[in-house]
Write a protein that binds this ligand. Structure first.
Ligand code: THU
Length: 160
């Protein structure tokens, strides 16, 4: 037996002004995307901005339903739309911003496990690290790839 320690390196910014211009634009796009949130049950508005390798920015927002499990997170609405419309274009950066009752959370909302699994699938499909930025009003976190949010990723190779 040996004990193993897993560490995650990520960047943390206390203000969007500290970020590079492209990332700043994406943060603004994710916050803007919250306008598309349909969240009458949780009153938690999540916006996502997904930069594709062709320069297009796809926006997503959480969509809720009276039958709760039928709803979908902001991240997956963006990724599935990109997957359906630009199946061959790799994903570069996914930015997520969550607001509680219309107020941007101080600490960034963190993607659920199902969204992380979907991120992992597209990262593997396109053989390119998908960067992730999680936006809060007091801090913003940037991760280099999905593995840093979902270590020991399950992928179909495990089934082979
Ligand atoms: N939600 C997202 O859209 N993304 C996340 O990363 C976390 C949660 C949504 C799902 C639901 O509509 C609401 O936030 C409350 O859970």
């Amino acid at each position: 037996m040996s004990e193993v320690r897993l560490t995650i390196d990520y960047e943390e910014f206390s203000s969007v002004d500290q970020m590079e211009p492209r990332d700043r634009e994406l943060v603004a796009a994710a916050i803007d995307a919250q306008k598309g949130s349909y969240s009458p049950y949780s009153d938690f508005q999540v916006g996502a901005a997904l930069l594709l390798d062709n320069g297009i920015v796809v926006k997503g927002a959480n969509q809720e339903n009276a039958a709760y499990p039928s709803g979908l997170c902001a991240e997956r609405t963006a990724m599935f739309w990109a997957g359906a419309n630009y199946p061959d274009v790799p994903l570069d950066t996914l930015v997520v911003a969550g607001s509680d009752h219309g107020v941007l959370c101080e600490s960034p909302a963190s993607p659920c496990g199902a969204c992380r699994q979907v991120m992992a699938e597209y990262q593997k499909k396109h053989k390119k690290p998908l960067k992730i930025i999680l936006v809060g009003s007091k801090r913003i976190r940037k991760f280099k790839c999905v593995d840093d949010l979902l270590p020991f990723i399950f992928d179909s190779l495990t089934l082979a």
